[in-house]
Design a protein around this ligand. Structure first.
Ligand code: C2E
Ligand code: MG
Ligand code: MG
Ligand code: MG
Length: 282
């Protein structure tokens, strides 16, 4: 009886594995064509100063509307794109689209909106990231300070020999450099001293639990202390409630983003949000 069940269980398991394998192949095949098929777009999530709610920058977040698979979240497909290497082409598209949008907003009289772009560790392989970014800035006639690059601690773990050089070159262009999801990875604090970065983003993993969860509170305090003592900027991700905003503000975190303020918006909606008078904002 139990043997029978076990065998059925095994069959179930193998067919589930086969299904997963097929899904993976399917996603990867579709990903390969997605740039050419123009299936990606960017949404822009406001970064606001936690005290007044003023929008001070945007984070560009990729969205994939696949003809075959429907809408997929980056959590689902970025990993695949990193495994196949397609992330390099996709990442180039993202950088270009963000620069194009900054220039379009500027030309529409909105001033320079700084846009933060997520960059995969795989885009740091090789050493042409700074060259490509410089070419884009020239093409759209943008100062480096209009662009922020967010990378995760994974970049530091890979520790490609060229990484430090790349950071220095990007910084020399005036690009703002930020460690994303800080606290989730394994950053040796040693790196923070060596890297020419400007800021940290406190992972929403920890924002989520404040002000009630004691260990999340402890981590938020520790990250804020690190940022302050090293003179780094700090942005809190995933701010969803007024209580979180108050807590972070009291901790001295100057900037936040999250659903309390706004989700990622299509470019036109972001432009309207930027133009709103402060009185009508939370
Ligand atoms: P991330 O860079 O940490 O981005 C923050 C994620 O949290 C976004 O999810 C955003 O929509 C979501 N979020 C924002 N506010 C809140 C909130 O208040 N509560 C909660 N629960 N979530 C919030 P999204 O857009 O699905 O992106 C997921 C991840 O995918 C990003 O995490 C980033 O690591 C990656 N990603 C997104 N766009 C790109 C891209 O263009 N290139 C690369 N390489 N990675 C990207
Ligand atoms: Mg990010
Ligand atoms: Mg993040
Ligand atoms: Mg995150």
């Amino acid at each position: 009886e139990s043997k029978h069940r076990a065998r059925n269980g095994w069959q179930h398991f193998t067919s589930e594995l086969a299904q997963q394998q097929q899904d993976r192949l399917h996603i990867e095949t579709q990903l390969r064509r997605a740039v050419d098929n123009e299936e990606f777009r960017l949404v822009y999530q406001p970064q606001v100063d936690l005290k007044h709610g003023r929008v001070i920058a945007a984070e560009a977040l990729i969205r994939w509307q696949s003809r075959q698979l429907g809408e997929l979240r980056p959590d689902v497909f970025i990993n695949h794109a990193e495994n196949t290497g397609d992330i390099v082409r996709i990442g180039s598209w993202v950088l270009r689209e963000a620069c194009r949008q900054i220039a379009q907003w500027r030309d529409a009289g909105m001033g320079l909106v700084r846009v933060a772009v997520n960059v995969s560790y795989r885009q740091f392989a090789g050493d042409d990231l700074p060259k490509r970014v410089r070419a884009l800035l020239q093409e759209f006639n943008l100062p480096g300070s209009a662009l922020e690059l967010e990378f995760t601690e994974r970049v530091l773990i890979e520790d490609a020999p060229a990484t430090l050089r790349i950071f220095a070159d990007l910084r020399a262009l005036g690009i703002v450099l930020t460690i994303d999801d800080f606290g989730e990875g394994y950053s040796a604090l040693n790196y923070l001293r060596r890297l020419p970065i400007h800021g940290l983003k406190l992972s929403q993993l920890f924002t989520e639990g404040v002000p009630h969860n004691r260990s999340d509170v402890a981590v938020c305090k520790a990250v804020a202390a690190i940022a302050h003592s090293l003179g780094l900027g700090l942005v809190a991700e995933g701010v969803e409630s007024e209580a979180q905003r108050q807590f972070l503000l009291e901790l001295g975190v100057p900037v936040g983003q999250g659903f309390l303020f706004s989700p990622g918006l299509p470019a036109d909606d972001f432009a309207r949000r930027l133009a709103l008078p402060l009185a009508s904002m939370t």
